[in-house]
Design a protein. Structure first.
Length: 530
């Protein structure tokens, strides 16, 4: 009788726990059967009468990425009958071997035991693991640099691994075969990519071949102490969801308010990079000189994007806002779009530069545009020889788009991935001029542009053109004609200029800004809304 009571209590307790932790998961078993199956969705539903607290998930992050389809912070509550989607993205096709063929995703509450699990079966993999070694030394002009972080970006797209230098400045890491962007970062030094570059678009790739060793040495430049810096957060298009494994690049350049033209500085010392922290926060400090800069972010499983004032995903430079960095600038957040490229399609080609030998000019990216929705599905870097490759594309029809600052976009002819066509080769793109690497021609007239944004709060940008060297004064006035701020009062060379007006200690309303030179006067109206 006593034993029967114990069994009954245990059964009731198990039934109660099962009811409290009753998650309905559909499907519970996922299969990635071929190269074109690399992304799946699982519905998680609270099928009980009580709330369920989900404390964490556990999975092999070297094989897959697992995220909910909306911004959540662990632990979070799933109410009765509430649904949430779990997005599972298998990305390590370049390093998946036989022993990785079956994996589990565990869902935990605050207890030590998982409350549910999902089985993931990967039925396509390599039989033998193929790896190469990348090694090197990191120094400054006088000594070895210990504890320098070395980051490896597979194909320039996925931050796949990292290493740290020892007390002699030496690092070594075994990597899956493939090509990598490699960077070195240490506090007090400017972050650098391989081949002495501070911009990944100008860096050389490292090729890891099977059973080979390749050297990648770095000579880092100590930071100067300046008052110019920029901070912000790299985030997902889902609100409030910070990104892991992001890096940010700041490049000197600007565009006019209509965003139909722009340029990047030709000097490689005019770009700076950093790795964002685990919350997606970044800080680039000790920028060498003030001026207008573009800010671009890269992150695993996302299309690169630029800073813009509306904090919307800005994939292309035409949608970016250059920023005047003349002090410690804060709040420059960047929102990135998901990359939907989880397939097996590969496209390869070559970029040609007319009127010169085939080479890399240094500020181009190639995007694969899906013709069904006209969205970019992945992107690729151009090597020093002009070749490129874009991988992981799903079935569908595509065209390639090459972006270069200050020029119209260049498109390829259409191509398709099907069950019979998994690789497309020999897609060529030709750039007719290299002028976008230089600053635009000097303006042949004077012009004062409308401020942007307008209306504004708390700050706005004002651009103007000067046709010759002259003294220029740019001031802001209220409705009574009282001068409340002098933005520029100096002798300027001919060119295009941008300045910022901050609405400190002034009320909402209509204001005017006026430019005056020896031969030109112009006035425009702007609206402050607080």
């Amino acid at each position: 009788m006593f034993k029967h009571i114990i069994v009954l209590i245990l059964l009731l307790q198990f039934s109660s726990n099962a009811q409290m932790n009753s998650l309905m998961i559909t499907p519970r078993h996922i299969r990635f059967d071929d190269n074109f199956q690399r992304m799946s969705q699982v519905q998680v539903r609270n099928n009980s009468a009580n709330p369920i607290f989900i404390d964490s998930t556990s999975y092999d992050s070297s094989i897959m990425d697992v995220n909910f389809n909306e911004a959540v912070s662990f632990p979070f509550e799933l109410n009765p009958s509430q649904n949430i989607l779990l997005i599972i993205r298998f990305f390590n096709n370049f390093n998946t071997i036989t022993g990785d063929s079956v994996k589990k995703i565990l869902i935990y509450n605050s207890g030590s035991q998982p409350i549910d699990e999902i089985e993931v079966n990967i039925s396509h993999f390599m039989q033998n693991k193929m790896t190469g070694t990348v090694e090197g030394f990191v120094n400054d002009s006088s000594s070895a640099l210990e504890a320098t972080n070395i980051y490896f970006f597979y194909d320039g797209v996925i931050l796949s691994d990292s290493a740290k230098t020892d007390n002699t400045g030496y690092f070594s890491l075994e990597l899956p075969v493939g090509r990598y962007l490699v960077s070195a970062e240490k506090e007090g030094y400017y972050m650098q990519f391989f081949n002495g570059q501070t911009d990944p678009l100008k860096a050389e790739f490292i090729i890891a071949s099977n059973n080979s060793t390749i050297s990648a040495d770095f000579l880092l430049e100590p930071m100067l102490e300046t008052e110019f810096s920029v901070t912000g957060t790299v985030g997902d298009e889902f609100p409030d969801l910070a990104l892991r494994k992001a890096f940010v690049v700041v490049r000197r350049g600007e565009h006019n308010p209509s965003k139909i033209s722009g340029f990047l500085a030709d000097d490689t010392t005019e770009s700076y990079a950093t790795i964002a922290n685990s919350r997606g926060e970044y800080q680039i400090k000790n920028i060498k000189r003030s001026g207008s800069y573009y800010i671009q972010a890269f992150s695993n499983f996302h299309i690169p994007g630029y800073y813009n004032k509306m904090n919307q995903p800005a994939v292309f430079w035409q949608d970016a806002d250059s920023s005047m960095i003349s002090s410690h600038v804060t709040g420059h957040d960047i929102t990135l779009m998901w990359d939907s490229s989880y397939g097996g399609g590969m496209v390869r080609g070559m970029v040609h530069f007319a009127n010169q030998q085939t080479s890399k000019a240094g500020n181009e990216l190639v995007y694969a545009i899906n013709e069904s929705d006209n969205k970019p599905y992945t992107y690729g870097f151009i090597s020093s020889t002009g070749d490129f490759g874009l991988a992981n594309l799903p079935y569908g029809n595509y065209k390639l788009m090459l972006q270069r600052f200050g020029q119209e976009d260049i498109f390829s002819s259409s191509f398709e991935f099907t069950t019979e066509i998994g690789t497309v080769d020999n897609i060529d793109l030709t750039i007719s001029t290299t002028s976008s690497e230089k600053e635009p021609e000097l303006p042949n007239g004077y012009k004062l542009y409308q401020n942007y944004p307008n209306p504004f709060n708390p700050s706005t940008k004002i651009n103007f053109n000067l046709a010759k060297r002259t003294h220029v004064k740019l001031s802001v006035f209220d409705l009574m004609g009282r001068e409340i701020k002098v933005l520029v009062d100096d002798v300027k060379s001919p060119g295009k200029y941008e300045t910022e007006f901050k609405s400190e200690n002034i009320a909402s309303g209509i204001y005017f800004y006026r430019i005056e030179t020896s031969s030109f006067v112009s006035i425009k109206k702007m609206l402050l809304l607080k």
